[in-house]
Write a protein that binds this ligand. Structure first.
Ligand SMILES: C[S@@+](CC[C@H](N)C(=O)[O-])C[C@H]1O[C@@H](n2cnc3c(N)ncnc32)[C@H](O)[C@@H]1O
Length: 418
């Protein structure tokens, strides 16, 4: 079956052949071509299709009667073999075509669940490998060992301009936009940025949503699951005050101790405002002997001291802005293991890749594997996210980008294994 778009004269013969063989699911003819480095990730200049896109697109929609596309029978086993072979040959799981779709997005749109699953699995492998190697910087050294690793990393490409960068917290994932060339959010710039406090949102100087009131339900469920029955007298640590939504809920449980770590001077100032109800109301509601401490600074500079001082918590929550997944991972592997009571619970805002289903599915699995490595089990609770407006509408009015597009939030509650 010939795709007319692939016959464009601009496409060199090699690219055209690879795309065609991929879309024909002709594994035997494709295999020798894939031995040549880079062939698994060639891209059609018009459609932006990679061989993965071509292989998936050729399956058509699963809703099509009798699994037929353009009169031809689709053999899904053959399609799966081709997709697997492409991944083995270094195909990139999150390359975008001109419609801003990754191969996984395409498989999901077409209802090709098995192919979608293969894309997610490949994404998890690639991102785990990337995580193990600590990102891209070390690959700048051009010695032979690094080159070998670089080849293996082809499938883990996450920072190239035409791929979807991942691993950012949903509160921080401006860079997921990638292709649009907008300025990335990063911790250093964010912490120097002016903030705008509105009733229903907190924005940075570029109008990125730092925190938004629609997340209140998520915060409520988080507190209820971290502190079942909202028991009083617990020791709580929260990283990132934001709009104070979760901290007000923690405070209302009447904790024995409540530590807040916050790095942005404007958020700290807000927290300390004389007319802020927070400090005073906390003092009134705290059980006798309770303590309430605001640690001013980045958690990276604060929590090791807590560890040295032997502080232990029953509930720890982590929700920052402008930081990528490596920081969350650092937090739970290096600090939660020492700061959490053996019976305690740890939670974090799970916004990784939340503007794209396939990225969200990759990232929750990556975090689950890393948490498991750190000796923790995760229980996921699905929380519906309903009724949010489209880009620039209602709650997103005045917000640079809708960082949440999914209809469900996967809420993690972690505890020590065994
Ligand atoms: C998404 S908001 C937290 C929202 C909060 N969960 C709530 O319920 O309102 C993220 C907060 O983390 C703070 N933050 C960002 N990086 C930080 C860091 N390295 N250490 C401590 N706080 C940080 C930000 O200034 C911001 O106030």
């Amino acid at each position: 079956m010939e795709d007319p778009e692939l016959s464009s004269p601009e496409v060199d013969l090699n690219t055209q052949t690879i795309l065609l063989l991929s879309s024909n699911h002709d594994l035997a003819a494709l295999k020798p071509l894939l031995r040549q480095p880079g062939n698994a990730s060639v891209q059609d200049p018009e459609t932006g299709y990679t061989p993965l896109h071509a292989a998936i697109a050729a399956c058509g929609s699963a809703d099509d009667v009798g699994e037929q596309v353009q009169g031809e029978e689709i053999d899904m086993e053959k399609a799966k073999e081709v997709v697997k072979e492409l991944f083995l040959s270094g195909a990139i799981w999150n390359d975008l075509d001109v419609n801003n779709e990754t191969p996984g997005c395409m498989a999901s749109r077409l209802g090709r669940k098995e192919l979608y699953e293969l894309c997610v699995e490949a994404g998890v492998r690639a991102e785990m490998l990337l995580g193990l190697l600590g990102g891209y910087e070390p690959l700048a050294d051009e010695d032979s060992e690094d080159e070998e690793i670089e080849e293996q990393l082809d499938g883990a490409e996450a920072l190239e301009s035409k791929t979807v960068p991942n691993g950012e917290n949903g509160h921080a994932d401006e860079s997921i936009e990638g292709v649009g060339g907008k300025k990335d959010v990063n911790s250093k710039d964010y912490l120097k940025s002016d903030l705008t406090f509105q009733d229903d949102k907190l924005l940075d100087a570029d109008a990125n949503g730092v925190m938004m009131a629609w997340e209140t339900d998520i915060m409520r469920r988080t507190v209820d699951l971290l502190l079942p029955g909202n028991q009083a007298g617990k020791r709580i640590l929260n990283i990132g005050f934001g709009m104070g939504i979760v901290d007000h809920m923690f405070r209302d449980t009447r904790p024995l101790s409540h530590h807040i770590v916050e790095a942005h001077p404007a958020v700290i100032a807000k927290l300390e405002e004389e007319d802020s109800d927070f400090g005073k109301a906390w003092a009134e509601s705290a059980p006798t002997g309770g303590k309430y401490i605001v640690h001013k600074g980045k958690w990276q500079n604060v929590v090791s001291k807590m560890l040295e001082e032997g502080e232990v918590f029953d509930a720890i929550y982590f929700d920052t802005f402008g930081e990528d997944y490596s920081q969350l991972k650092l937090f739970f592997t290096e600090y939660v293991v020492g700061l959490l009571d053996p019976e305690g619970k740890f939670g974090f805002f799970n916004g990784l890749g939340a503007d794209r289903r396939v990225c969200y599915d990759v990232y929750y699995r990556v975090s689950e594997l890393d948490l498991c490595d750190a000796g923790m089990d995760v229980e996921w609770t699905m929380v519906p996210v309903e009724g949010l407006g489209g880009e620039g509408e209602r709650e997103w009015k005045g917000v640079r980008r809708r960082y949440w597009t999914l209809d469900e939030y996967r809420l993690p509650i972690c505890s020590f294994m065994g």
